[in-house]
Ligand binder design. Structure first.
Ligand code: ADP
Length: 472
């Protein structure tokens, strides 16, 4: 059943059927219809020639016309006068080694006069003799007419066209056709088998590879098949395999990274909770210190979870923005208050310069998240002096936001990588920071959704400046 349904088998069968149909048509036209086709052709020739002869009767070119039509069209022409004497004959029977008896012409003449028709036109069985005297029967088309009036016949013209040569032609054709049929059928079987094999082979190969892909072997390479459609298919499948592999490794990265990042704060929460239970429960100061750690760690978990949600939205293509004009100067100033506690605790020096009354068209929540991420990074990575510079100002092109720090900066070769998800430069953070490697990935995607320019200028050992430019 599977074999019968296979492409290979079908292509093979169709090609063989196609060859058989062509052969059948050939047989029909060459053998079956040939006789009637030939007869029709001859019939037309006889009538045309007769017309030419009759119309040139009595003119100078009469005999030339007779010669011409007989030779051209393989006709025999007999002209008899009113006394039944043969006045002219060109007898093509000669060529066939046959003699037409004159008596039969006389018989047709009588038939014509009696029928009171001006012409007769028949397919007749003509009795002829070979030159050696053997009688034969020939299928012949006969056309006869007369010049003059029925009472005063000047001449009678009979035009014969033998339908005979066709017989031998058919024989030759038939014997040739037997051979052709045999050869074509054998060739059709072999060639179509080869063609169907050629067509189906790459598909079978691709199916095999696809099965391997299904079993999780993402390194499989789909090969082309030597023709466009299959090449295209394998290219598409290669692309799909690559994408699936990417998604797969992303999932693996995600689980590895997320479980690691989740475990750290959870361990801390558990450890501090135990400490409160066992040690600091009664000591109000230490207890609130420990509870503070638990709250911080819980915040970390919150940030982590919302970053992962953002990432999954970006990955699935369902991240969208709701841009609307709003005063970014006010929002940034408000945002900066969140760091008041940090400044109070000491160790950080914020230099903030915000140009007032700047309105941009953007998703305020998302842009706030971007600015927060960049400022947090500056805090996390700035140098020992704890300097962080935040600027917002108008430029020729629009509005520029900048955060600068005095940290180690980023090596030039790492700059393109920091925007990737889960990318973290392999140095331990200066401070206990929330680090998922998702921050800049979310920043990049949000800014790209807005169509804003962004980037980082960093000098190793001196610090980095992250920036974006909003259009107004
Ligand atoms: P993370 O959670 O690790 O901060 P990010 O996506 O925000 O993740 O940043 C990716 C990496 O880029 C960081 O691990 C860090 O190495 C580098 N990076 C980001 N901001 C700065 C900065 N201001 N100075 C130096 N390196 C930075």
């Amino acid at each position: 059943m599977k074999r019968i349904k296979s492409l290979k088998f079908k292509v093979w069968v169709y090609l063989v059927i196609f060859a058989s149909v062509i052969l059948t048509l050939l047989w029909l036209f060459q053998i079956v219809f040939l006789q009637s086709y030939y007869q029709n052709m001859r019939s037309k020739v006889v009538l045309d020639s007769a017309e030419k002869i009759v119309s040139s009767y009595g003119k100078d070119e009469f005999f030339d016309t007779l010669e011409l039509v007989t030779r051209q069209d393989d006709l025999s022409i007999f002209i008899i006068n009113s006394e039944n004497n043969l006045t002219y004959s060109i007898d093509q029977w000669d060529i066939r080694d046959k003699i037409l008896p004159f008596s039969s012409i006389v018989q047709y003449r009588t038939q014509m006069i009696n029928s009171s028709n001006r012409a007769i036109y028949n397919k007749v069985q003509e009795h002829t003799y070979t030159k050696s005297g053997k009688p034969t029967v020939n299928e012949t088309l006969l056309f006869g007419t007369y010049i003059g009036t029925p009472t005063d016949i000047k001449a009678m013209i009979f035009v014969y066209a033998s339908l005979d040569p066709i017989g031998s032609t058919v024989d030759i054709l038939r014997s040739q056709l037997y051979r052709i049929t045999f050869i074509v059928l054998v060739l059709a079987f072999v060639i179509s088998f080869f063609i169907s094999w050629q067509i189906s082979r790459p598909i079978t190969k691709i199916t095999k590879s696809a099965r391997q892909l299904g079993q999780g072997d993402y390194n499989i390479a789909f090969e082309g098949g030597g023709y466009g459609e299959v090449d295209e298919l394998s290219k598409t499948l290669n692309y799909a395999a690559e994408e699936i592999s990417k998604v797969d490794s992303m999932h693996r990265d995600l689980i590895a990274s997320v479980s690691h990042d989740l475990r750290t704060p959870l361990t801390m929460i558990k450890a501090y909770a135990e400490m409160i239970r066992d040690i600091s429960g009664d000591d109000a100061n230490r207890r609130s210190e420990h509870i503070g750690v638990i709250i911080d760690e819980a915040d970390r978990l919150g940030v982590l979870v919302s970053d992962i949600l953002d990432m999954s939205r970006i990955e699935s293509g369902s991240a969208y923005i709701n841009p609307a004009p709003y005063d970014i100067s006010i929002r940034l100033a408000e945002l900066m208050h969140r760091f008041d506690a940090l400044i109070e605790r000491g160790g950080y020096q914020f230099e903030i310069s915000i140009e007032p009354n700047i309105t941009i068209n953007a998703d305020s929540v998302r842009i706030e998240q971007v600015m927060l991420n960049l400022i947090n990074n500056a805090i996390n990575y700035t140098g020992d002096d704890g300097r962080i510079i935040v600027k917002l100002y108008r430029t020729d092109k629009g509005v520029r936001f900048e955060t600068s720090d005095t940290g180690d900066g980023i090596a030039a070769e790492n700059i393109p990588l920091i925007w990737d998800k889960f990318y973290k430069v392999n140095t331990s953070h200066k401070r206990a920071v929330v680090g998922t490697g998702l921050g800049l990935y979310i920043v990049k995607n949000t800014l790209e959704l807005h169509g804003f320019q962004y980037g980082v200028d960093s000098t190793q050992g001196k610090g980095s400046t992250f920036w974006f430019e909003a259009t107004v």
